[in-house]
Design a protein around this ligand. Structure first.
Ligand SMILES: [Zn+2]
Length: 182
């Protein structure tokens, strides 16, 4: 009698434990996939803390200008969810400018298909448009990229892009605004 009542309970406990471990693995996979592109982080890389930019504003001013979602990505170095942004599969011809200050950042002619849910470019529009900093969050060493005028966080650059540069600028849609070619 005792055996019959104890065993199903023990079985349920084991099932519960497996479910929990499964969820943790699934969570880790989803989390790491997202971090693989732009990196979900709410802290500025150390190299960004004291940088000066032509356009500087207080946190409160940026919050008012950008709104909550854009502020989280551009000023707190967050990452938009994959496939949630406007431009990951956008193919129109024109220029992508900084969503915070309007500086020209990327041309549609250097944008390429990624299929990973964030817009990708193989180079910025010119040498002066995008700045870089070292990002060591999440146990990875990555190169963070930001607008050279206002310091707004854009995404990261990786050395596995297509020719002619071999670079992959993986950028949050929400950090960009599109201006169609005239
Ligand atoms: Zn900017």
């Amino acid at each position: 009698m005792n055996t019959r009542t104890v065993e199903p309970t023990r079985f349920a406990a084991i099932q519960g434990a497996s479910w929990t471990i499964g969820s943790l693995i699934l969570f880790s996979v989803v989390f790491l996939t997202a971090a693989g592109c732009s990196g979900e982080t709410d802290a500025k890389p150390a190299g960004m803390q004291d940088k000066k930019f032509p356009v500087m504003k207080s946190a409160q001013e940026w919050k008012e200008i950008l709104g909550e979602d854009r502020y989280r990505v551009m000023r707190l170095h967050g990452t938009e969810r994959a496939f949630s942004g406007e431009y990951h599969d956008y193919k129109k011809k024109g220029i992508y400018v900084c969503a915070a200050c309007g500086k020209e950042l990327f041309s549609s002619s250097t944008k390429y298909d990624s299929g990973t849910g964030w817009p990708r470019f193989y180079e910025p529009i010119d040498d002066e448009s995008v700045g870089e900093s070292r990002d060591e969050s999440y146990g990875m060493v990555r190169t963070e990229v930001h607008c050279a005028r206002c310091g707004g966080h854009l995404g990261h650059v990786f050395p596995d892009g297509p020719e002619p540069t071999g670079l992959r600028y993986c950028i949050n849609s929400i950090s960009l605004m599109f201006e169609p070619a005239r």
